[in-house]
Design a protein around this ligand. Structure first.
Ligand SMILES: Nc1ncnc2c1ncn2[C@@H]1O[C@H](COP(=O)(O)OP(=O)(O)OP(=O)(O)O)[C@@H](O)[C@H]1O
Length: 273
């Protein structure tokens, strides 16, 4: 349903020439939750902006439901890292969540209110509808941003390092929230992170990017149980195997090769220590 094909993006201007991503090709099936992980500065945000139709690729393309993406595609919601900048401080929480719904002309006011209530309930913020964002903690503000995306009833949810700025406990809670919403809503999720543990904990599949010049280094299926929790999943030996493998891939990418390469053939995951 979502295809990234030979995507390349070069930023030009002010005497600079930055090849942010060189050649990215991967796909998401409908209803998948895929994490993209890569080192800092490898072009993850650039990739997400191209997928969201906010940035034009230099070459290659993003195709969503068979249509080439040339602007923000309908049915797609984005959650960015900087929740503080994505919420309007002069609008109450309920109005922030409702705002994108106003674009949907066929949705009545009563239905909008219902969707907002339901979304705030889904993220555990029933009591904050009348508050202003600045009256909430960072983690709560990010929940509002997620509620806004959920209320929009997207088919595709794009998330760009959404939990990078919150504390570890809140982050763990928000990761569980994303998996729960994904399971309940059947939405297709592309989740960008630089955190290997987060990618393996959340994803059904992990796309590993190399460092610049950026290509897809590896794709791994995460064969952990669908029901995950921080206590048990992170203690699962399989979790450790997978995170080790992703870590090795990223290290190999920095050296300019794959884990397998000419040096050592890749070990099947089930044979890894
Ligand atoms: N608007 C821009 N103009 C010029 N160069 C840019 C622009 N945006 C990003 N870049 C450059 O493109 C490269 C990739 O940046 P990008 O933000 O996509 O990486 P990232 O993987 O998301 O980084 P991080 O993990 O640190 O958030 C960097 O070298 C960055 O300096």
């Amino acid at each position: 349903m979502l295809d990234v094909r030979a995507l390349r993006k070069v930023y030009e201007g002010h005497g600079r020439h930055v090849e942010a991503v060189r050649d990215l090709t991967f796909s998401l099936d409908a209803g998948e939750l895929v994490c993209v992980v890569g080192p800092s500065g490898c072009g993850k945000t650039t990739l997400l902006k191209c997928v969201a139709g906010l940035l034009e690729p230099t070459s290659g393309e993003v195709v969503l439901r068979g249509q080439r993406v040339t602007g923000p595609p309908p049915g797609t919601a984005v959650v960015f890292q900087e929740y503080g900048r994505s919420l309007f401080p002069w609008m109450r929480v309920r109005d922030n969540v409702e705002l994108p719904l106003r674009q949907k002309k066929h949705v009545t006011k009563a239905r909008r209110r219902e969707l907002v209530e339901h979304a705030l309930h889904a993220v555990g913020l029933d009591d904050t509808a009348g508050a202003y964002p600045w009256q909430l903690s960072g983690g709560m503000q990010q929940r509002v941003a997620i509620a806004r995306a959920v209320a929009y009833e997207p088919e595709v949810l794009l998330m760009d390092e959404p939990f990078a700025a919150v504390d570890a406990q809140t982050r763990a809670d928000l990761e569980d929230l994303v998996r729960r919403l994904w399971q309940e809503l059947g939405v297709t999720v592309l989740f960008i992170t630089h955190d290997i543990d987060e990618a393996v904990y959340l994803g059904e599949r992990v796309v590993v990017l190399s460092s610049s010049p950026t290509v897809v280094q590896e794709q791994l299926t995460v064969d952990l149980p669908a029901r995950r929790d921080h206590l048990h999943t992170r203690a699962d030996p399989r979790f450790t195997q997978l995170r080790t493998r992703v870590y090795e891939e990223i290290q190999a990418a920095k050296r300019g090769g794959g884990v397998g390469g000419a040096v050592a053939p890749p070990q099947p995951l089930d044979k890894m220590p």
